[in-house]
Design a protein around this ligand. Structure first.
Ligand SMILES: [Zn+2]
Length: 115
């Protein structure tokens, strides 16, 4: 019997989802997912977990440069905010009549995905 040792965290969140941060310095912050990294179980959330980088001055940039950009968060650190009831919620799944699987809010039972 073949055993798959690779435990990949399954990402149920998608680009465009609004999530709330559950822990860390940005706890309680809400933002839209701008990118997911399924292989690493991480997501980039707009305006959350910002990291500042200082670039040394170079000939082209005598002033140096300060850049701010999002660093990815583990999916376990964020939770989906339902677009219907606006509560943080866990995700359930439902199979529609046409066989399509959609995500459903466990709170209000509304379908989260656009059908
Ligand atoms: Zn809901």
């Amino acid at each position: 019997m073949k055993v798959d040792n690779k435990v990949r965290p399954k990402i149920e969140l998608r680009k465009g989802d609004v999530v709330i941060v559950l822990s860390g310095k940005d706890k309680g912050k809400k933002g839209k997912i701008i990118r997911t990294i399924p292989d690493k179980g991480k997501v980039f959330v707009d305006g959350v977990n910002m990291q500042t980088n200082f670039l040394r001055p170079t000939r082209d940039m005598p002033q140096g440069k300060i850049t701010r950009r999002e660093a990815p968060l583990y999916v376990s650190k964020v939770q989906l905010v339902c677009p219907h009831c606006h509560e943080k919620t866990r995700i359930a799944h439902k199979i529609l009549g046409n066989g399509k699987s959609v995500r459903v809010c466990k709170n209000c039972h509304e379908v989260i995905d656009k059908v």
